[in-house]
Write a protein that binds this ligand. Sequence first.
Ligand code: TPP
Ligand code: MG
Length: 377
Amino acid sequence: MSRESGTATAEATPIHAQVSNLRPRDLLSKEDCLEMFRQVYLARYFDVRLIKEKKRGRLKGTLYSSHNQEAILVGALFGLKPTDWISPIHRDMPAFFLKDLRGDWNRPDRIGMSIEEVCAQVWGRVDSPGRARDNWSHIGSRSKKIIHSTSMLAGTIPVAAGLMYADRLNGGDAVCITFNGEGSTAQGIFHEAINYAAVHKLPVVTVVENNQWAYGTPFELGCATPDVADRAKGFGIPGLIADGQDVFDVYDKVMMAVEHARSGKGPSIVECKTFRAYGHGDHDDDRANKYRPQEEIIAGRARDPIGVCRQTLLDLGYISAAEATTYHAEGKNASEATNEDFPPEVVDYLNAGIEFALQSPLPAAEEGAMWVFKENN
Ligand SMILES: Cc1ncc(C[n+]2csc(CCOP(=O)(O)OP(=O)(O)O)c2C)c(N)n1
Ligand SMILES: [Mg+2]
């Protein structure tokens, strides 16, 4: 077709228009995409393995599963610079070790926690960041650029805003991603903090994992608009919606928000639609099977992020049909999945972390009151 006919040809399209049509994922290499797939498997295996360890009696404490939500963690973290900050909460335990995980997973200079530190935390051992004060996500690290997680829902968004304000004053170009459940978006502090970030154009990207449930409260009893992303309009900032089951769609939307933030245009909300696979915590599994209709659970888990990612890689020709059948963790609960359902490097990586945790001692009892009261000496 000629230009005169009014139909643009590839040659006639200006180069900047071709480039602007690219999605962030279009700039990922084949190796990047395969690495993201491995990381989705790694996040799932972490969850499966901890549940098994607890069933075997080798682990105590409550587990807050991220099963079915792994694509959100991997997709949101993959494109960050090592110097960017993150703020995970209870359902994001893998985020602590997924941060800056590209390349060699055991790289000592990685700006993210090691699998050993995270496993020691889960097992409440002396070598963990929390030194047994909690077995779960109440940890952080200034050097690893992870804001300390607290249980106060949405409570880390103002911290992120303050941190990014300081970074900008110091001439930095960091972005901070905060992870939040959809339930936390009904908190007053969520609105105050995002409003503050919007007014000051701070580089804070709020990733909302909309898994439809906040403990036993369904989405519609916490939010009067159909989408959490609608809340962005009130702050004058972009509100994006991602398919939380699709690691590449999450990557696209979060990277758009990250670029927007890094270039000085301010915060965004990225709502990732997903579904909580189990109960709020494992103490709630049985009850959650009653307060959530079975049909809803089946539908919510129908598109497993592992299967969705595998299909994309097949469509791109990055894996062969034979390779696609090698491992099959999707659709399986922790009780059904085995080590053979996961790539061996994923199993080995976690084995090393768990081994480290089991060999690390429990802290001495005298430590219990340390760092709580002012020491006189
Ligand atoms: C300010 C505050 N209110 C209540 C709680 C108790 N609580 C802990 S998690 C939770 C549900 C959170 O739901 P959501 O934000 O959707 O995250 P999800 O657990 O689904 O990932 C509640 C009510 C809390 N930790 N903090
Ligand atoms: Mg929720």
